[in-house]
Each structure stands twice: as C-alpha cells, then as structure tokens.
Write a protein that binds this ligand. Structure first.
Ligand code: MN
Length: 293
C-alpha cells in the first residue's frame, strides 16, 4: 500500500509545498498525496500550485477535493466578477496558455474522497453532524454532477453562490439543495445540530469566547464537536479553518495550519498518524488576513 500524505491548504504557496515534499522525501511510486483543497488564491504562486497538483493527479499520484477558493476561480472564469477581491491572486491562472485545461480539470474534482482500505475520509471544510458517511457520499456525488455537465459555467455563474441556504432538510430540492451541500463541504465551520450553517464565525473556538457565548446559546458549535455526530466513527481530514491549528481530536484532523499567514504547511502521514510540518515564510499583510475566507 502506498503512503498517504494529507497536505493542508496551499493557497498558492508553491515554494513551501516543494520544501515539504523534500522533507517527506516524496516519491510518486510509493507515496500518494491528498490535497485538502484551496490549492490557489491569496498566495504568490497559484498557477504553479494548480499545474503541479493537476499533473500529480493525472499521473495517479495525488487526489484533491474542492475548496471555496477553488470554486471562486471556477466562478471568475465563468464570468462572475462580483466576488472579486483585492486580495485575489488569480490573474496569472486566467492569463495562462493552459488556463482552459486547468479549469476544466479542476471543476471535475470531487467534494469528498475516501481511502479504499484505511479509515480515512477527506473534505475541504466538514461534514454536517446529522449526515452519515453514506449520505455524505451520496450528497457529494449529487453536487458534483452540475460541475461535470457541459453547461457547468451557467450553474457556477447563476446558481452556485448564496448564503440563503443555511438550513438542511432531506426534502430540500433544486439549486438550494446543491448550494447547501457545496456550502457544507467547502465553507462550513460552525453549525447547529441540524446542520444549520453560520458563515460569520471564523475564529478559534477557544479564543472567541465572547461571540461564541451568544452563538453557543443558539446551538452553534464547531461542526465536528457534536457528540452524536453521525460520522464520529470515521476518521475525517479537513482544511479550511486555519485558526484551529493542528487539531487532532473528535476523530478529526485539521490540516490548514496557516501556511499563507506565516504559520506552517502540514503533511499528515496517514499510516503512522504523524504530522510533518514546515515553517512558512509567507506573511500577508493584516489587511489581507482580515479578509481571510
Ligand atoms: Mn477554505
């Protein structure tokens, strides 16, 4: 069996990725890389990251799931510019000769992957507490469909974005259903026990007590902390939440250790349950850090 390394959010930090691969002595014949999504944006070398991950995936050496920044690129490519931000660094991708091929590959990546032999599932942000693993897999497959359709750009431009679909019921249908599923997998941090999403809170649960006290009364907690979480018997890897740090608990592993913000880039070795981290030199101005999504 190949070694599996789960690698945290890259966000364009290509030099750090190459350093990390040297540290783990990455050899494609015997190692497999799992990228947790948010390959691009904000950092300096998004194009290089995207090309590298695409090549590794196409060669069968890597897998990735889609993160919110990856969706952002799909949307900008499809002509949706109302969410463009000053801190975006997508231009080099959009101007690249191979932009069409990169985007065409990216849009067909999954929202959830599961290891064929070991107890390990990876998503970008999380899995709502009331979904079983088999439900989560079915919902992921449902939401991947419109991204793989010929008219995917229409979907991304007109239907994908919105904060209106925060509540889940199995009866939810149409685009609100797809939007909820994608928001949960790619953006969720806090939710209530029914999976109602909160998009405003981004802090570390331990450091954000004043705001959390109110949210807590309303039933919001980090998605992985619900005692009766339906996926609690499955080991879940996720990124997206850099203020959590290297959390290993609740049978989940947080892998976004804030490379982009001058923190670390993480590779979690699945077979030995070991984290290998490198220090990152990338430090974005606080102005940009404030806009972090
Ligand atoms: Mn993210």
């Amino acid at each position: 069996m190949k070694n599996t390394y789960i690698i945290g959010d890259l966000q364009g930090c290509f030099d750090e990725l190459q350093q990390l691969l040297q540290v783990i002595e990455y050899r494609p014949e015997q190692d497999e890389l799992w990228f947790v999504g948010d390959l691009i944006n904000r950092g300096p070398q998004s194009l290089e990251c995207l090309r590298f991950v695409k090549e590794q995936c196409k060669a069968g050496h890597a897998k990735t799931v889609l993160g919110n920044h990856d969706f952002h690129l799909l949307a900008v490519y499809a002509g949706l510019d109302r969410f463009l931000s000053e801190s975006d660094t997508l231009e080099p991708i959009l101007r690249a000769d191979d932009c069409d091929a990169l985007v065409d590959w990216l849009r067909q990546q999954p929202l959830l992957i599961q290891h064929p032999q070991l107890d390990a599932v990876m998503v970008h942000a999380g899995i709502p507490p009331q979904w079983s693993l088999s439900q989560a897999k079915a919902y992921a497959a449902e939401a991947e469909q419109p991204l793989r359709a010929d008219n995917w750009q229409t979907f991304v431009r007109d239907e994908l974005f919105g904060n209106d679909d925060k509540k889940w019921t199995p009866k939810l249908s149409g685009w609100p259903r797809i939007r909820y599923i994608i928001n949960a997998f790619a953006r969720m941090r806090y939710c209530d026990q029914n999976g109602t999403l909160d998009f405003k809170l981004k802090g570390n649960p331990a450091h954000d007590l004043a705001r959390l006290a109110e949210k807590k009364r309303q039933g919001f907690q980090p998605w992985y902390t619900f005692g009766d979480r339906a996926t609690r018997d499955t080991q879940i890897f996720f990124g997206h939440w850099s203020t959590l740090g290297p959390l290993d608990g609740f049978n989940v592993h947080a892998t976004d250790t804030g490379c982009l913000w001058g923190g670390q880039l993480t590779a979690y070795h699945l077979q030995s349950n070991r984290r290998i981290c490198i220090e990152c030199t990338q430090k974005l101005a606080p102005k940009l850090a404030k806009n972090q999504t």
